[in-house]
Design a protein around this ligand. Sequence first.
Ligand code: FAD
Length: 498
Amino acid sequence: MHAPVVGGGGGYGHAVVVGSSLAGLTAARALANFMDQVTVVERDWVPRGPGRRRGVPQARHTHSLMTAAQQGLEQLFPGIRQDLTDAGAVHVRMPEDMLLLGPSGWLPRADSGLSMLSAGRDLIDAVIRDRLLADPKVTFLREHEAVALQPGRHDTVTGVWVRRRDRKTPGGWATRHLISADFVVDATGRGSRAPQWLAELGYEPPHETVADAGTAFATAVFAMPVGHVADWKGLLLLPSPGDPVQGMLNPLEGGRWSVSVCVGDGRSLPTDHAGLLRAADALRHPLLHDVLRGATPLGPVYGCRATENRWRHYEKLRRWPDQFLVLGDAFAAFDPVHGQGMTAAVHSALVLDHMLASHGTAVGLGYRLRRALAHRLAPAWRTSTRASRAAKDDQDPRAGLRTRLSRRYQARIAAAATRDPYAAKALLQLLQTAAPPATALRPRVLRAALRGPHGPAPTAPPTTTHGQDTHRRRPAAPPAPALGMSDSPPWHSLTRPV
Ligand SMILES: Cc1cc2nc3c(=O)[nH]c(=O)nc-3n(C[C@H](O)[C@H](O)[C@H](O)COP(=O)(O)OP(=O)(O)OC[C@H]3O[C@@H](n4cnc5c(N)ncnc54)[C@H](O)[C@@H]3O)c2cc1C
């Protein structure tokens, strides 16, 4: 990939980016490498520093910046990982710093080379935004809503119509005005109105593919219990076949935790702290519930159901206004259960950076960009939609032979992952959709899956700070060697077998 020349270049005129969340911020960075001036149009008031914004309601939920997103951000904003950790983001090696209950049992805490940066979403955006605010080429136009595109001659776009928020005017908005631009990016997220904007100019709206697993999140922030000591930083209790509820605890800046319970298949969500605790207790292992009992809630429990995988096939449209691009969730939105949205946004900005470096804003760029974006996002899309379908098929006894075989093979990888760090890494990569599905067929993974685990899956979480000696929560059950379950103490006699 082309290495961006930060702050260099110039000469291609004025770009307008609509939306200042992850996709908009990273696109603005890529454009600033080539354009004379970049204007970021944002409907919300944009705070200085971390602050809640109406336009990014998902910011209340647990956000992990996965390995690939960190690497991409570092290319766009050299030193950004250090900035994020200086601001309080927590670096969590996976699964070394985590207690991770896979579909078949606890994963060994070996070094896999994978990690996440864990922080409040407002903080992540604020640190990136600060970098852009320091760039003299970039201007933020706060409290301005984009409402339409300005067409030019021969299938081009020459600007964006915006209206300023004006609380004194009936309706809350001033009269719209035009911002001229040589390049326009729509990064307005799942609610993007680009299909309507295009239709108003006589273009065909894109065909959409939707894969919805009915995933829903309930999230609350907690202060750690006083005197909390642990040899881990985060918890992830993944669903298993027949038990589609996931629990996670991510560390946040300021010694806080973001805790989410994620349900599938349109099930009901907890709406208060008592409900969240009950949901944590019903997970495959009581650890999250036990840890939370001593923690102090710092805000309400928020829910989110807008989680479907949705791809708007802009890449397939034949007629298109050149110098216009849609990216981020507005182009392809992923089920957040895999934590991929920010990675996709960063990768899209890198595609933009690369294409501008190769072709400038020459005629035909729009076509090339749409194709290149689709190509870049396709592997993550395939993995994410396959996982969404599998979540449904798990419940479907009439699933076909191919589905049943794939399900069985994945179950073998998950079983091997409880003993084999290489299989554990492959499992994590597949879960993060950070690797193509072919990862599952790498010789070492294949061998581990076919051989099966070296012994029974550990039934105790791999920690010395939360377990039998620290917390006897349930009566100890007698060891059950006949079931091949217990090679470790049975403190946590599970509510359901892992
Ligand atoms: C519950 C949940 C959990 C998630 N967890 C993770 C995670 O752990 N890891 C991960 O990588 N991703 C996660 N995601 C996905 C991630 O939040 C998004 O993919 C990411 O924010 C990129 O989105 P975006 O920039 O395309 O759009 P958005 O974040 O939706 O931002 C759109 C922006 O456009 C602005 N806007 C909208 N319309 C207009 C207009 N007409 N004019 C001007 N401005 C406008 C909005 O105010 C907003 O600022 C999660 C998502 C959800 C729902």
